[in-house]
Design a protein around this ligand. Sequence first.
Ligand SMILES: Cc1cc2nc3c(=O)[nH]c(=O)nc-3n(C[C@H](O)[C@H](O)[C@H](O)COP(=O)(O)OP(=O)(O)OC[C@H]3O[C@@H](n4cnc5c(N)ncnc54)[C@H](O)[C@@H]3O)c2cc1C
Length: 419
Amino acid sequence: MSEKSLDVVVVGAGATGIAAALAFAREGYATALVGEVRAARDGRTVALLDGSVSFLEALGVWDALAPEAAPLETMRLVDATDNLFRAPNVDFKAHEIDLDAFGWNVENATLVERLAEAVGEAPGLTHFPVSADGLGAVQEVFAPGEGEPDEAEEGAERAVRLADGSSLLASLIVAADGRGSKLREAAGIRTRSWTYPQKALTTILAHERDHRDVSSEFHTRHGPFTLVPLPGRRSSLVWVTAPEKAEALAALDDDALARAVERQARSLLGAMRIDGPRGVVPMTGMSVQRYTADRLALVGETAHVFPPIGAQGLNLGLRDVASLRDAAVSANTDPGSRAALRAYERSRALDVRTRTLGVDMLNRTLLAGILPADFLRGAGLHALSAVGPLRRMLMREGVTPTIGTPQLMRRREPRAVAF
Ligand SMILES: Cc1cc2nc3c(=O)[nH]c(=O)nc-3n(C[C@H](O)[C@H](O)[C@H](O)COP(=O)(O)OP(=O)(O)OC[C@H]3O[C@@H](n4cnc5c(N)ncnc54)[C@H](O)[C@@H]3O)c2cc1C
């Protein structure tokens, strides 16, 4: 069995895994990316928030992606419930917080393809398009007992076993192998999963009127119905509703489904046509008991699964990667040292927990349909619509949080919106 020794091995060639491999190779670490690139066109789009775009710029990927992404200049919340305390529409405008756009919406498959194109050009990065089978034990390179505990641990390595029988040894293994992660299981990290009594219907639509870079989220009693701009007169749809309704909608022919979407959108964008594959996604969540183990760090959906509302999943996945890169770089020569992994664990725990709670509360207040929850939601939206400073504070914290923004997610210069 052959063994190759590296600084960093990333397992999983989805968006977070490829971004991690590029980020570590960019710092001069000898890096391997393990896994086949499969960019299925399933109609899923991702709204990349400002920090994620800065990160993709730093990785040298954004210029190739920008023409295929649409800016989100306004985010409109519409209360479409039967709430007694019905709130006015709230418009969040990016220019109120001095941004050209909150983020940019792009097909997930396009993002993965552009990231994968950069892999071949990155010095110090080798791609192994095979699956990983599991983890080996930590191997000390220096004799234990030399110096302080952290110093004695310096130089240790851990192996990743590949399906072709070979192994890769690395100081740091990054598990980006998704929600069913074999590496997470091999490291004995426990997970907690939950489901919501909803499903999300997803597709892409072409429409008669311009979206004018406005993303519209209608809050219905069964969940949010969201239309997010794509380049041209196209938008992506995430329609969260009761499971039986999502299945019934998915079974309609294209014309009937387009009419149902137009009705639910109150003809905001005029007549519609289905212009992409459709999917039905269960509404589930997952969190992990910890983000690290010996010489191992979890990123992306390996570490947290969000239901597809609030544009959190991939943005947090990229934030994991940028935070891990900061922790590794500050640990200097040993990217997988205990100090680096402790710093990473600290940086993720609160961030992920707060956002998990935020998405969960938004969804559950809609579903609850009880007066106190309706009152609080209605009053909250009223306050946001009337009080500029409050609205701006919420926008800033949501898009460009002040605390703990990783280095590569900080904006260097204004980003132009191309028309
Ligand atoms: C409908 C929908 C809308 C969404 N909208 C948004 C949004 O607007 N904004 C946002 O931020 N997020 C959004 N998300 C979430 C986002 O799509 C996910 O968070 C993101 O795609 C997860 O990427 P990942 O790289 O972590 O995981 P994955 O894409 O699951 O990648 C894991 C990779 O690991 C590979 N792999 C698995 N096992 C192995 C193995 N043993 N060896 C090697 N490779 C392996 C897989 O083949 C895959 O390539 C949305 C999700 C859905 C479903």
